[in-house]
Design a protein. Sequence first.
Length: 516
Amino acid sequence: MEKEVRVRFAPSPTGALHIGGVRTALYNYLFARKNQGKFILRIEDTDQSRYIDGAEEYISEALNWLGIIPDESPRKGGPYGPYRQSERTSIYQEYAEKLLSEGNAYYAFDTPEELEEMRERLKANRVDTPQYNTITRMQMKNSLTMSEEEVRQRIEAGEPYVIRLKVPRKEDIRLNDMVRGWVMVHSSAIDDKVLMKSDGLPTYHLANVVDDHLMKITHVIRGEEWLPSAPLHVLLYKFLGWEDSMPQFGHLPLLLKPDGNGKLSKRDGDKHGFPVFPIEGHFPGKKGMPEQFDGFREAGYLPEATLNFLAFLGWNPGTDQELFTVEELTDAFTVERIGKSGTKFDIEKAKWYNQQYLKEKSDEDLSHYLENDLKQAGTDPNGINLTKVCRSMKERITFPQDIYNGARFFFEAPDTYDEKMASKKWTPEAVEVLEAFASEAEAASTFDAATAKSILNNIIEQKGVKLGQVMPALRLAVTGSGAGPDLMDILEILGKDRVAHRIRKASEKLPVASQG
């Protein structure tokens, strides 16, 4: 019987969750669902210097909004908790001791000044990337260059130390990445990473390997930035005796700037005016100054549209289909169809997805957005049929708030008019037709789009003018602008009395355009 698939999303609570992290969570979630497995949320908070209050709650709220619900998490619990690394610190020491006792790790007592001196010395010798590695470690202050007695005395005296991994000097380290295929790195390219810091807390490298093993994680699907660390993690699995149960790795391509030149950052969102975070957040910024992060949710993106958009940033189904429900994404998703190259972040495509999902919503569902916006604005609907308003606006919106922004004229008669349009289209002929139309509309027993069109056509025929001479003026009178939804639908929704009132108001306020 095959092992149950178990994947994890393991963010650090250091601020707002970048949209690239959300994509990582989504791919893990889809992979787990596709394979009837479990999706785990683990909070990696061992770096207390970067910890920010409220960040964990932000992560949970963002995933909740998108419907990426973990099977096990700090809030939900599970059989392999705790799910916060800060609550697991006693576990890591045991495995650090095992590495030390078997000669695969060592104590290092170097001060920050001594480490900096080593780096400067290597730079002076034209070493491009100075590292604490198989060569330099023998010139440093550690348990490989000291006697056991001296090491013991330093520890007993309370001298600060870290525990470093002892990387083999000549060894090829291989892993078969689910996205990139075989990856091979020579151990000479790997430095002796710190596993336990001087504060007694583990670094990411030790903690995530230990946690993944103890939580029975079968597949590690994470960002490309962790690919250079993967050989180090393979070594740790080997040294800890867990090589046979090591998870399969898959490293996702980067999300790139819109122009494809470099990794997507908050600065790119600020520059181009789009969000790079799932939901709004308020966190301390540089030098303790508060920073606010705009979110997809607050910008008006629907969660289902956001998920669909994110799924296609690095993955494709191999067909022309672009719109997927979560269930359809789950059925179609395979790691094999994740690309190796970085993907441009195309916010116009995100808008397109939002448009498609809004079009799929019923007029009644859309009316709830409009109703909320009217309440927030303190605007009385005055008996206007909100469902019909939404139907008229449906093809013209990208975000839910566009309904209210584009349909305010339904609820508030215009006080100002498009001057350019008025100067060209508010002619004596148009005014004469509109005044007649107002009177006949008021007298009509019924007034819908078809009736309004029939009345207008009859008057135009009687007056001997063209439709194009009248329609822009009619739109101007009832909406104040020269563009908008279907004009006959507008007239039906407003009703004959409002339409007649607005035409007469425009006649009083607008000067007739000069001829010629």
